[in-house]
Unconditional design. Sequence first.
Length: 453
Amino acid sequence: MNTVNPIEIVNQSKLKGFHYILIICLFFIMMFDGYDVVIYGATIPMLKAEWGLSNIVVGSISSYTTMGTAIGAVLFGLYSDRFGRKRIIILTTLIFSLFTLLSGFAPTPLLFVICRVIAGLGFGGVMPNIAALISEYAPTKHRAAIISLIFCGYSVGAMLASFSGQVLLEKFGWQPVYWIAGLPLLILPFIVRIIPESINSLIQQKDTKGLVIILQKIEPMLPKDVQFAYVEQEKIQKSPVRDLFKNKLGLSTMMFWLSCFCTFILMYSLNTWLPTLMMNAGYDLKSSLMFIVALQFGSIAGTMILGNLIKFLGFKRVLIPLYLVGAVSLTLIGFSKNIYLAYGLIIIIGAASLGLQNMSNAYVAEYYSVDVRAAALGSTMAFGRIGSIVAPTYMGILLTFNLQPQYNFFAIGIAAIFGALAMSFIREDHADYSLEKQVTSKKVTILKSSTNS
């Protein structure tokens, strides 16, 4: 009996009900990940008023949280192959949901910080594992679009954070908006049943029965007595991060890391401080919270529209100009006195920060071959988390100087310029999809030669 490669079955499959259910489930997790991260920025004015916190302390709390996020990204990234991505996704979802809920009951800033830091472990661990899991199950043709779509869940959650802030903050205080974060705990038993185990984990365990059950949902005609090729996949499990620097990938790997670092500075400066920055520019709390909605709307619209444009122009031709447009928009918003113009600029900035990161995740997943894809996604996000640690405190210190709004926004925009520079050095000719095209081209040439002779 001929053996088959399970990864090839997935790569060449069409979208089925299995894919749509998995996408919805992972989208839901990412939505509450975004809610739990962004809600802190929405509640900063209330926390400052209740506990008498300075801007530096407020920024430090966010930085401590993102330190936990960085540790979570590394820790749960390293152990995902050992324990399986499904278990890690469930565990990290439990951690960030439970401890964000508990943050709402914290009576002192110290206990609040402890809860946020532990929740940060979950924030950091869930994102790369979701990206790696869906990249294993998404057909090659739709992989980039599916990854971008799922990461839009983060922006939807951030919008919900803004809406809940507008409804609850002034009437009920800051605590109830954190209690809402406990909702995934009620859905978690269903998520456990829906999410499949990683294909790579099943291959590593040589779990033929488990593979057949999952792959028949993707390819119903697959026979129950099918035999799988395991040898190649066992090599895949042993591929370390150092393989990201082999085969002329070193420069591109470092540039992916640097561009992610810059994008995370943009994201976390805005996620943490946008309402405060807009209030300093003269807007009230409700209007300032609506800017979060505009930012996230721009992220979703940018991901959907520009994600399709990438299919025709390629990643670099879309993402590099987007960085530069974001830098210009950040400079201009500091001078804007018209609220509608400000909303428009914030929408563009959302596309050039959070939306850009969604598409960058897809870029990394497409750029590297399957044997190093998980390591590439995990290490890129882990390095990017350093930017998320630096950004909140950096902005908190900057705000203590009481500068004009345009200078604060310009300081954020500098990161976009460096992000564009970093991405310009990524070598497209070493990408996995470029190598596949070269192999296909050679096969076609050989076939034509044999036909002519």
